[in-house]
Design a protein around this ligand. Sequence first.
Ligand SMILES: [Zn+2]
Length: 242
Amino acid sequence: MRSYNHDSYEQRSGYMAQVHLPGSVFQSLVWWALQSLPDEILVGIDINPNMPHQPEVDDYFSGEEVHGNLFQGQGYVISEAHIVNRGDSYSVHHLPEDWTDDMFSTERGSRAGRFTHWLHTHPNAPAIPSGPDADAAQETSGIDMILGLRFSPEGPLPWFDDVEGTRRSMKATTKEAPRKRSFFARHRLPVLGKAPSGHSIHELQLIGFHKSGHGINIVFVDEDGWPYGWDSNMKCLKSNQA
Ligand SMILES: [Zn+2]
């Protein structure tokens, strides 16, 4: 998350808006994504109307061109997520909205109704919106996010890489082991971590986009809204090599 935030800062001029996503929510998303394999999941996301972005953080990650009123929930930290559907890349987006309202009305209290943001997963495929993704986004009042996961064992879903678009990866920071000349070494991928499901996670990609087609910059924050890697001088995400 630190290295992702660092990239979010470096690339801020390419975005007109930002969204702050708590690490704890992200952790759940990754876990649900792996538990649901080989399906994709669709997740509805709420914001906390009592928790605006930390203004210093918002300023820090703002590019030169900022649109302050691009989508619903803009400027508020994401608070919670609910899985609302699972299926293949075609069926996952299709669900009747009233069904969703009913299903979550007790859990979500006064916020029952449309979710602000949506996220869906791309198991073993890059986090780049497809045509159907762009269509589905037209109904979204907030933003859409895509979580791409590269993992092994791959099962029936080998990594599909034949897609063009901007990629935003969470990189492995582990040092490369000294390479021995070996046939198998070429197939070895960096391992970010081991999922409770037993899968090795090689790469996580995450992007946000607005239905207009604009990219939305994502910043990972802690429970108090401060970014991972934010130092005590309230600035400067060091290009950490932790
Ligand atoms: Zn998709």
